[in-house]
Every structure is written in structure tokens, then in C-alpha cells.
Design a protein around this ligand. Sequence first.
Ligand code: HEC
Length: 242
Amino acid sequence: MKRRTLVPLIFSLIVTVIASGVIHYTLTMYFIRQAKDNITNILLFNKELTLYIKKIVEPAVFEAIRDGRISKDFYDPKLLSVSHTLRSMHELNNEIREKRNLVTVYYKLASNNPRNPVNKADEQEAKLIKFFNENPDIKEYEKLVEVNGKNFLYYAKPFPRNNGYCLGCHSIPEKAPLNMRKLYPQGGGFYEKFGEIRGIESLRSPIEYPGYMTLMVTGSAGSGLLTMLAIFFFRRLFRADI
Ligand code: HEC
């Protein structure tokens, strides 16, 4: 092949490779950012739901107990437990996602010593609970993971530390409401220590790549083609000048 054709060809090829690298990096960063935004929104919604339980549901139940409308040892985690409510809400949300053929979002309020066995931390979550307890300045953890061939952004943040209020239900069993103890006969979630982190919010949000291939192919091939045209154009212009 003549040098006149070979040089633009090699040059365009180099531009195509560089362009595909840049496009791949930019797209990946963009989709990771989207997964992070999704996690931020989930955590914000969790916070809102927690506040709703604390500021609206709890006072309403306590008022009903005070007025004698419901029994004074009433306890129902479906109404009063943040953990139960958040889990149920995420299960319902995933049911909707499944119906719409969307990848489900993993969410767990994980603990090494759970009151409800379904909240038991897996190996990775157990390590993170230890990690957050040992490193009080670190407030979040994130990592890219692959599950069943799909890419996810994994994120964890510590649940608030145990205070006096928490120990009303999470220290010795005798202190906790009797009705609640009956609902959790496994007896987990007791003997917790003041100031410790007993759980983490553990999430996995899908990183979806809509239009990735189209943008990659048109972007990289387009840059290569444009470079080739530009070289021919400037060459011709240069020669005409001479
Ligand atoms: C009125 C009793 C009560 C109080 C007060 C309470 N919890 Fe719980 N907690 C529960 C129950 C019941 C569950 C299990 C609910 C479920 O998921 O079914 C639970 C679950 C949890 C879980 C999920 C893991 C597990 O044990 O199953 C965490 C983490 C947790 N509580 C932390 C706290 C913290 C921190 C506080 C204080 C800010 C607190 N709790 C206050 C009753 C209580």
C-alpha cells in the first residue's frame, strides 16, 4: 500500500482507538453516577419513611394507647419498626420492578445479631459492620460488583449507633416489650452495647448501559472517519496552495 494512503489510515485507526477509550470511560462514569443517584434517592426515601414512622405513626399509636383505644402493650412491627417497614417497602418495590422487567434492587438492613433472622448479615456485610465500628470517621463504602453477569454499584452505610432508646428493645430481653418478644421467639437482637453500630444499610443498584453499543460504535468509527476526511482535505488544500 502506498505511504500516502497508509499514513492517514494508521492515524485514523489510532484516533478510533483513543476515541473508543474516551467514550467507554465517559459512558461508564455516567452510568455509575446514575446508579449512585439512584442509591442517594433510595436512602433519602428511607430517611423520609423513617421520619414518617417516628413523627406521625408512633405519636398516633401512643395517643391511641393513652386514650385506651388500643391495648397498652400493643406492638406491631408492621407499623412501628423502621426495619420491618423499610424491608417491606423494598420488597413491594422489587415486585413492581419485576413486573416491568427491570433489574431488582438489593436492600438489607443487615446485622450480625438480628432480631429478625431475615436481616442476618452475609460475610461481606459482617466485615463492613466491623469496619465501620473500627473506623468511626468513615461514613460510607462503595464498590463495583458483578452478580449473575450483571454490573451493580454496591453501597453500604452504617445505621445510627445504639443509644438509650435503642437499648430499650436491644439490651436485656426483660426490658423489651413482652408483645414484641413473643413476635420474635428466636430471641436475637439483644445484649447490644451502647454506642456501637449494630447494623448497616446495604444496597446494590444495577448499572444499566442503555445505548452503550450505539454510542461506542458511532462515536469511535465517526471520529476515525472524520480524521481520515480531515487529512485528505488538508492535504488537498496544502497542495492547491503550492
Ligand atoms: C420498640 C423496640 C425497638 C426499639 C426502641 C429499637 N428497635 Fe431496632 N428492631 C426492633 C425490632 C422488633 C426489629 C426487627 C424488625 C424486623 O425487621 O422484623 C428491629 C430491627 C433492627 C435492625 C435490623 C436488624 C435486626 O436486628 O433485625 C437494626 C439495625 C436496628 N433494629 C437498630 C436499632 C437502633 C439503632 C435503634 C435505636 C436508634 C433501634 N433499633 C430501636 C425493635 C426496636
